[in-house]
Design a protein around this ligand. Structure first.
Ligand code: NAP
Length: 466
């Protein structure tokens, strides 16, 4: 491994921990110039028609589809996820770009208001340069989720991507330009997380969207609040997956375990707490253990690999540390629990039981291939357990009795609940949380209203003047 320099953002392959590429960290002056250009670009981009914007954004989608193998391999190289998951992510992102290109003009057309005062309507207007701060776990989808709606609304964007995926960040900026997006409308900032607050302070930044940890969210929200700027926060989660008693156990086990292993467990909406009735718990745990033990861990470029490395050596060390902490406080390791003796950021697929509210891990998000199973006596106990966390992102209810599943879903304090599915993603469905999982929504019509000025225009006709 080459000697790493402090002033560089590093692309490191977590499959073997080898340095792939370095990007020089931008100076404050360079950052300010990029923000100036984004502000300048806004003056013309806001006046382009929806058709002009849609043509470019559709082109972004089509370039991504044409280059999905290349883009997929790059994401796998930088943050380790399975190649098929990387390619799925590219396709999903293309669909999101198309969705906003197709629908933005409809979502943002004038909205008439009923009033006895005469004509009144809302005119939706872009607000300026947005700062988007994104994590590495879906390097393309995370960019897309904030950029597609914002650019179609007529805003411009500067993107600070996670420091371990600079090549994904760069290729997306290149694709935007190849598609015809004018210079300045979307530009990367290669800076570390610690320099973001200063950027939020820049008066030319009008709002900020962050997806990431609670720590980063708190600091961004404070900086935005101090500057009286709007923010949206998409933060961590510890999704409950409540299994109902009438369930088909094999289907529930497969959905929960494979869902949990998606992206090596590094998904904000992963079923991180599987909550099973006591009556079927032994059977459920046994089946979960058998399935988990059968999954191939290894090279994310190989088709039959199911569990990929984590995104970085530090991530693997952190998750292994959380497992140790859980066990030191009474958790039982049913399977795995250790680093794998091979190069790369690998951790054994792990199954834990016996975690109680006295265990500090009960309140933590585990961002790795760790399945945690809890048991319950009554459905009220299951709901209480599901809600006994500071997070409120997603959740699932699994069972054959759909009216019962809906009743349970309504009682879960999260932004999204999926019945008979892990929390999922679709361009037309809103994504976001409540409680300490943040605020605001991405995707769906809701996202496009986050960063526009819904301006009231009220008309008094001349004949009514007195
Ligand atoms: P993170 O450390 O918060 O990083 C996310 C982004 O924030 C990165 O670009 C990071 O830059 C930047 N950042 C870090 N510290 C910052 C600070 N003090 N001020 C401003 N920006 C800062 O998050 P992570 O741990 O890598 O990512 C995983 C977390 O994101 C998990 O909690 C996961 O659940 C959450 N997540 C949530 C969603 C959702 O939609 N709700 C989706 C995906 C992930 P550097 O890389 O330079 O540090």
């Amino acid at each position: 491994m080459e000697t790493l320099k402090k002033s560089y953002i590093k692309s490191i392959n977590p499959f073997n921990n080898e340095l792939v590429k370095e990007f020089e960290i931008m100076s404050n002056d360079q950052v300010d110039q990029i923000v100036d250009k984004a502000d300048e670009a806004f003056k013309s981009w806001k006046n382009t028609s929806f058709d002009e914007r849609a043509k470019i954004i559709h082109k972004v989608a089509s370039i991504m589809r044409d280059r999905k193998q290349e883009l997929g391999k790059l994401a796998t190289l930088e943050m380790g996820k399975l190649l098929r998951e990387s390619i799925y992510e590219v396709e999903l992102s293309a669909n999101i770009f198309d969705y906003y290109a197709d629908n933005a003009s409809k979502f943002l057309s004038d909205h008439p208001l009923e009033t006895e005062l005469g004509e009144a309507f809302l005119s939706y207007e872009p607000i300026g340069v947005l700062l988007s701060v994104q994590p590495w776990n879906f390097p393309y989808y995370q960019i897309t989720r904030s950029a597609a709606s914002a650019l179609m609304a007529g805003n411009t964007m500067v993107l600070k991507h996670a420091s371990n995926v600079p090549q994904c960040a760069q290729i997306m900026e290149d694709i935007f330009h190849e598609a015809g997006l004018p210079k300045g409308v979307y530009t990367n900032l290669f800076v570390p997380g610690g320099s973001v607050e200063r950027i939020v302070d820049n008066p030319k930044i009008k709002a900020v969207a962050l997806t990431g940890s609670e720590a980063a969210g708190g600091s961004i929200a404070a900086a935005a609040g101090k500057n009286i700027k709007k923010s949206t926060l998409e933060l961590g989660g510890s999704d409950p997956f409540i299994v109902l008693e009438d369930v088909d156990i094999d289907k529930a086990v497969e959905t929960a375990i494979l869902g949990r292993m998606w992206n090596a467990g590094q998904v904000c909406v992963s079923p991180k707490r599987i909550i099973v009735p006591e009556t079927i718990a032994e059977n459920f745990i046994q089946k979960a253990k058998t399935l988990l033990a059968s999954l191939k861990v290894g090279n994310p470029l190989e088709d039959d690999t199911v569990v990929a490395p984590l995104s970085s050596e530090k991530a693997a060390q952190d998750v292994a540390g959380q497992v140790e902490k859980a066990v030191a406080n009474g958790a039982k390791v049913e399977l795995g629990g250790k680093r794998i003796d091979r190069p790369g950021a690998f951790l054994e697929p792990t199954l834990l039981t016996g975690i109680t509210a006295e265990n500090p891990i009960f309140f933590e998000e585990i961002f790795g291939p760790v399945v945690v199973i809890y048991t319950y006596k009554t459905i009220e106990d299951a709901i209480e357990l599901a809600n006994a966390t500071t997070f409120g992102l997603g959740g699932s209810v699994f069972g054959n009795d759909i009216p019962k599943a809906k009743e349970v879903a309504r009682k879960i304090d999260t932004g999204m609940v999926y019945i008979n599915h892990v929390t999922g993603i679709a361009p037309e469905l809103p994504f976001g949380g409540t409680k300490r999982s943040g605020y605001g929504r991405e995707q769906s019509p809701a996202a496009i209203y986050e960063f526009v000025n819904a301006k009231l225009i009220r008309v008094t006709s001349p004949e009514n003047l007195y």
